[in-house]
Design a protein around this ligand. Structure first.
Ligand code: PPS
Length: 285
């Protein structure tokens, strides 16, 4: 991967330049043929993407941890829109587990006439902002900001990677009544992972026994994933993830924004949130 802080702008959305090209984004949007048994792990960045990659891998192995311990997460549940996506996904046997950060309006057009399933995980945006800030210090392909306060300004601007959180979430929530769409809350998963795994299994029609569910929960815990070299990105070279500057599995909690936002910054963020999300029911957050 070419390490560059240059973003590719595509249909008004910025994506990291090293792993995305206009061709890969166009292919994902307009040419990729969705199959009825495809399962998509869709997220705004820093909202539980890697967590769902692990959970889905474990559900599809019936709780057997061998795949998550022997294969990289990005090979098990690859990103559709990255330039490696086509080679990874196109000829893969079904059922394909596929990750995407694409906003709804750039999601594959062929999805519309398919029975494929989408799981969209949403996280408290203030925690997403904190997690993204630390990621920007550690990921060499991210634009840097001097301090957290400046980062909040960036997060609330159209320059942020994959577009505004509000637009991303609102776009995907237009699907909330579709039976092939499951909305998950990262914050709820941190409170009760097991019931969320059961919910995911039910949605996917996967009939796992109690021991298999227990194994999914055990091997997708924050601790297990932080220690799993196949999922913690430790294998990624320092030129891409600067290990001295942080770690991918940082805290894995809900509410870390309380340690970062001053009362004034929080009040301002909440005001912007209320205005942007005034027509949206996200009470479950
Ligand atoms: S990315 O870069 O978009 O793929 O990042 P993503 O995986 O969406 O989000 C990274 C944050 O998710 C946390 N994480 C977890 N939390 C709880 N349990 C598990 N198992 C888990 N795995 C990853 C990870 O620590 C990042 O959050 P922060 O708040 O930075 O710790």
């Amino acid at each position: 991967m070419e390490v560059t802080r240059k973003y590719i702008e595509f249909e008004g959305i910025k994506t990291p330049g090293g792993v995305h090209t206009p061709e890969s984004l166009t292919w994902a949007w307009k040419e990729f043929e969705v199959r009825d048994d495809d399962v998509f792990n869709a997220t705004y960045p820093k909202s539980g993407t890697t967590w769902l990659q692990e959970i889905l891998s474990l559900i599809y192995s019936n709780g057997d941890p061998t795949p998550v311990k022997t294969k990289f997460s990005w090979d098990r549940v690859p990103w559709l829109e990255q330039h490696s996506g086509r080679g990874q996904v196109e000829n893969r046997p079904s059922p394909r587990l596929i990750t995407t950060h694409l906003p709804r309006f750039l999601f594959p057009q062929s999805f519309q006439k398919s029975k494929a399933k989408v799981i969209y995980t949403v996280r408290n945006p203030k925690d997403v902002c904190v997690s993204f800030y630390y990621f920007s210090l550690y990921a060499e392909f991210m634009e840097r900001r001097e301090n957290f306060q400046d980062y909040i300004t960036h997060f609330l601007s159209k320059d942020v990677m994959f577009g505004l959180w509000f637009e991303h979430v609102k776009g995907w929530l237009t699907m909330k009544d579709n039976p092939n769409f499951l909305l998950l809350s990262y914050d709820n998963m941190t409170k009760d992972l097991r019931s969320n795994v059961v919910k995911i299994c039910k949605f996917l029609g996967k009939d796992l026994d109690d021991a298999a569910i227990d194994s999914v929960v055990e091997h997708s815990s924050f601790k297990a994933m932080k220690e799993n070299n196949m999922s913690n990105y430790s294998a990624v070279p320092n030129e891409i993830f600067s290990k001295g500057q942080g770690t991918f599995h940082r805290k894995g909690i809900s509410g870390d924004h309380k340690n970062h936002f001053t009362p004034a910054l929080e009040e301002e963020f909440d005001r912007i949130y209320k205005e942007a999300m005034k027509d949206v029911d996200l009470a479950f957050l």
